[in-house]
Design a protein around this ligand. Structure first.
Ligand SMILES: [Zn+2]
Length: 62
């Protein structure tokens, strides 16, 4: 079975008008000004918010 009608250029282009990728939203860490994702801990210094900073230790593989 084949489709009854070929999809027009306009239909294809209208459908694909929603497929564009959005830019990832980055913010800057207030302590070390590295780019971080919002609501996550900083990878560089572990800063989360003024009351919470994670201690980043190097993972040891023994
Ligand atoms: Zn940081």
């Amino acid at each position: 079975m084949l489709p009854m009608r070929r999809t027009s250029k306009s239909k294809v282009r209208t459908r694909r008008s929603h497929q564009a990728l959005k830019a990832v939203n980055y913010t800057l860490c207030p302590k070390c000004s590295q780019s971080i994702l919002p609501h996550t801990a900083c990878n560089n210094c572990g800063y989360v918010n003024p009351n919470l900073t994670l201690k980043l230790g190097k993972e040891e593989t023994d």
